[in-house]
Ligand binder design. Structure first.
Ligand SMILES: NC(=O)c1ccc[n+]([C@@H]2O[C@H](COP(=O)([O-])OP(=O)(O)OC[C@H]3O[C@@H](n4cnc5c(N)ncnc54)[C@H](OP(=O)(O)O)[C@@H]3O)[C@@H](O)[C@H]2O)c1
Length: 252
């Protein structure tokens, strides 16, 4: 059985170059994890690797992996497994966002978002979970969103991709937990990152470092779902139970 609840883990990380991924990778580095970064921009990966090494990571290497290109997934995860000498944890924070208006106006952008945030994210996770299960288990931590919890006017399309992703991850947890696969679905609320720059800030907006702390705790506990920042658990409990007639009237 691979290590699951300790520091010093072997982690393959897709999305560590920015935002919540960068904050989470930094906290993993500070506790001495060995990190293998996957991403689409080699220069950004090299820059992030130096930063994480300086923060205490046991080792940091990187390989090319583009969520728009599924042929890159297997080789990237194989390179990570070989370099780390096995895998304890795979983290996926990579994803894209666009407003409802932009997605309604541009069907190519919509197709790309649905591919990256749903279809290709699932294909990547399938490759990751096969490798983790082949070694007896491990953590698969994937960033979905509160946007997938309910059909809402401002995020119909992005929300649909995250709803599909959340449901897939829930199913994986049910199917493979007994074999040692611990799937953690992260559901951030509004978090200040490059992704949300310029968007109006709702109440309970949070910072990537707080999200990262909650995610690490949840992963170490073996939780299946974590809402972060914490108030979003209660906010979404209310929104999930609002009647449709109310959802048709409200604008959030
Ligand atoms: N911020 C929020 O309020 C919020 C709320 C709910 C859910 N989320 C979700 O949380 C996750 C992280 O969000 P964030 O705000 O931290 O985003 P972010 O700051 O924009 O960072 C996104 C990360 O994804 C990577 N990425 C994007 N497209 C990629 C591709 N085709 N191949 C490989 N990597 C790619 C980026 O790499 P590069 O360096 O190459 O650009 C970057 O590391 C996303 O899944 C997002 O949908 C965010």
């Amino acid at each position: 059985m691979s290590r699951a609840h300790t520091s010093g883990q072997k982690v393959a990380f897709l999305g560590a170059t920015r935002g919540m991924g960068r904050a989470l990778a930094r906290q993993m580095a500070e506790r001495g994890d060995a990190l293998f970064l996957l991403g689409r921009d080699d220069e950004e990966l090299a820059r992030s690797a130096s930063d994480l090494e300086a923060r205490g990571a046991e080792s940091v290497e990187h390989a090319h992996c583009d969520l728009e290109d599924p042929t890159s997934f297997g080789p990237a995860l194989d390179a990570a497994t070989e370099a780390l000498g096995g895998l304890d944890t795979v983290v996926v924070t990579a994803g894209i966002f666009a407003t409802q208006q932009a997605l309604e106006e541009d069907s190519e952008l919509l197709a790309r978002l649905l591919r990256v945030d749903f279809t290709h994210s699932v294909l990547f996770c399938e490759q990751a979970r096969r490798r983790l299960l082949a070694q007896g288990g491990g953590n698969l931590c994937v960033f979905s969103s509160v946007a997938g919890d309910r059909g809402r006017k401002p995020i119909v399309l992005y929300g649909a991709s995250k709803a599909g992703l959340s449901r897939y991850l829930e199913g994986l947890d049910h199917r493979y937990r007994a074999e040692g696969l611990r799937v953690l679905t992260v559901k951030p609320g509004f978090v200040r990152t490059g992704m949300t720059a310029g968007l109006p800030e709702p109440p309970f907006a949070g910072d990537p470092e707080d999200v990262a702390r909650s995610v690490l705790k949840a992963m170490d506990r073996g939780d299946a779902v974590v809402y972060a920042p914490a108030p979003w658990r209660a906010v979404m409990a209310v929104i999930r139970h609002l009647p449709r007639a109310v959802m048709r009237r409200v604008e959030f």
